[in-house]
Design a protein around this ligand. Sequence first.
Ligand code: P53
Length: 474
Amino acid sequence: MPLSKDFLWGGAIAANQAEGAYKEDGKGMALVDVLPAGQERREALFNPEVALKTEYNYYPSHDSIDFYHNYKADIKLFAEMGFKVFRTSISWPRIFPNGDETEPNQKGLEFYDNLFDECKKYDIEPLVTLNHFDTPLYLIEEYGGWRNRKLVDFYERYAKVVLNRYKNKVKYWLTFNEINMLLHIPFFGGGLVIREDENADQVKYQAAHHQLVASSLATKAAKEINGEDFMIGCMLAAAEIYPYTCHPDDLLKSVKENQKQYFFIDVQSRGEYPSYANRLFRELDVEIEMEPEDKVLLKTYPVDFISFSYYSSRLTSADPEVNKQATSGNAFKSLKNPYLESSDWGWQIDPVGLRVTMNQMYDRYQKPLFIVENGLGAVDELTEDNTVEDDYRIEYMREHLKEMIEAVDDGVDLLGYTSWGCIDIVSAGTGEMKKRYGFIYVDLDNEGNGTGKRYKKKSFNWYKKVIESNGETL
Ligand code: P53
């Protein structure tokens, strides 16, 4: 078996999709707190200017699954499955409600103390994202989100506070969730509201530069606070982009599209802007404004490891006519791959693509990888005896884990695997509860009705055995 005995098995959630308690104990509003559910959410995500002015009937993040009050019982269930690691995020506006304060909110800090202590009780290593789609709303309304360089300072202050506070409780940190999401859903990733008369690429890449600098500053702070005891990672929404045909133009197109994804990690891991960015920026008419010290900073403080989410591969063509048929099951547009099946939400299922992606990333960076999201969002039905026969989820995960193990056998250094939404939570993309990923069913519907009770699905016991056997029994 290629997996080492200290391989970190576990599951992942994010504060804004699970905690609820959106105003409790002094928490400020996050950008997700103004996003509705369902079809309205898609519109809001791509038209945030309207969304910010609209009163919706229901906001899924306000209560979510109330992890804020249920975390003890939930972590106990994770421990029962044998989790060695639990990925969650710290809600920035719980710590700095508006984002630009100088003093943190003590109640917010206490919550995460208690949460991490609870993990320690079961020897579960927390893996903590500093910013997962929940930039404080005030920083968007008052400063324009990540287009404003001031956000770098606010983020640095926040990062220093939490890195210091939890230095004896948390070893693994991620600076930004799916940093490349900024290009695809700029409001989610960067709190950006882009006007029609602006060069959107200019705004996005400038904001990206700010996040890249902020990420390096967090890494710098981490090294100063806790030296080598911290492990700091970046996080990419990864998915190899395949050429539609073997036509050389299609291959070239896929190479170029892949570069656009890897751009972020190239900077975070190698510590400098990649050479292909010169031409890309020229063609997009983008000019990055930098402070004199930025380049040295990026070079001096790269990440220690590279984490990523993987749900499916993508497909692109050099022929604009063909590319018109690309559809988006999620934030990423893709052509239909005739060899693949799709999930209930149209995400194409490609386990081999995980092995491909891992090989590509490891070849490129030669740093340990960490799969921090992977899983199947599906419609689950609670049976009469209070379980879910989610064989489709087991099948999805089994096939992905097989390929993951193959990739490790290929020589990829992999720290761990945390499946996405180990307990049912609100979907990021659609705001629905109906799109479930968990091993644990939560009795809530799309409008927030239900008891909120937790039930073990069939996959619960399956995953427990996977962990127990360190991946031998799939
Ligand atoms: P949901 C789109 C494409 C790939 C990853 O997504 C994405 C998204 C956003 O929808 O986000 C990540 O909940 C993200 C999680 C999110 C998960 O994928 O839309 O880091 O917050 O929940 C799954 O099905």
